[in-house]
Structure formats: C-alpha cells, structure tokens
Design a protein around this ligand. Structure first.
Ligand SMILES: CC1(C)Nc2nc(N)[nH]c(=O)c2N=C1O
Length: 161
C-alpha cells in the first residue's frame, strides 16, 4: 500500500460533525486504513470572506487504491455528505476531501494534480500536516518544516477536543 495524506474541510451544516463523519467513511473505504489524524482546526476562509470559518484536518491513510480510483471514492463521500456544486468559485461547502500527497508521486492529469496545487500556501493544510508528520519531505525535495517557517498562521486555531 501507499501512504496518502488527505486534507478535510467543511464550513456548512455542523462542520465538526461533517469531518467526523468523513473520517468514519474513510475508515470504511475498501483497501484503506486510517493511520493517523491531526487535531481539528478552525480557519478563516481563504477566498471569498462572506462565508463561515472552516474546520480543517489532515488525515494519513494507507491504501491500495490507485490515485484515480481513490479520487472517485473521495468524490462519492463528498456527495454522500450533501456536497452541492454551486457556480460560485471557492464558495462554502459541506465537505471537501483533497488528495494532498500520494506517496512520493507527482501526478499532473486533467482530473488530478498531486501534490495538491495550493497546499504550500495554506496554513490550514501545512500546520495540521506538520502536527502528524513534522519530518515530511515533499516529492520535490522541499521540507515541510521550511514551508511552515514561511507560512503566516492567519488566525488558525486548534479546536479543543
Ligand atoms: C474555498 C477554499 C479555497 N477556502 C478554504 N479556506 C479554508 N480556511 N479552509 C478550506 O478548507 C478551504 N477550502 C477551499 O476550497
């Protein structure tokens, strides 16, 4: 299997519950096991500000599913949790599950770009990732610890358990 880091995000319909339900759905995914999960974080919306704060987390899974197969399975989980695609770009959502890293692989296809294109600038990704994997080195050789040094925290807060 492969170690895959996923970014979870929600800012609609009881976001904490959405993230918890997503973790259960991931644990029930075929050929997939959750190895570790970060704390839950409250974060200010990146993009349009006229939406609620997000709850974000990063989870490490071990899976045998191929990248595009995993992507489809994650999109199904998002749909099962009421995700409705609206026209507004970067609008609020009930549940987002992004593939941040898929082992050491670099994937550039129309359907999937890994490492996730925005992860290096997103405190709501980098800090939860650092919490569970402080020694992480990205496929391009960049150290997560170096990215953290350059990333403004933007009011990110750990949600007390
Ligand atoms: C709309 C956009 C870019 N902004 C976000 N902003 C935050 N804080 N967290 C997210 O998960 C998130 N996801 C997004 O897709």
């Amino acid at each position: 299997g492969i170690d895959v880091y996923l970014g979870l995000g929600s800012n609609l319909d009881k976001p904490v519950h959405q993230i918890q339900a997503a973790l259960e759905a991931l644990d029930n995914l075929a050929e997939t096991a959750i190895k570790c999960c970060s704390s839950l974080y409250a974060s200010q919306p990146m993009g349009p500000q006229d939406q609620p704060d997000y709850v974000n987390a990063v989870v490490l899974i071990h899976t045998q599913l191929a990248p595009l197969f995993l992507l489809k399975a994650l999109q199904e989980i998002e749909l099962e949790h009421g995700r409705v695609r609206k026209s507004e770009r970067w609008g609020p959502r009930t549940l987002d599950i992004d593939i941040l890293l898929y082992g050491e692989q670099q994937i550039d296809s129309s359907e999937l770009v890994v490492p996730h294109y925005g992860m290096k600038q997103r405190e709501f990704v980098l800090f939860p990732l650092f919490e569970i994997s402080p020694q992480l080195c990205l496929p391009d050789g960049e150290l997560l610890a170096e990215l953290i040094k350059k990333c403004p925290i933007n009011g990110l807060k750990i949600l007390s358990p």
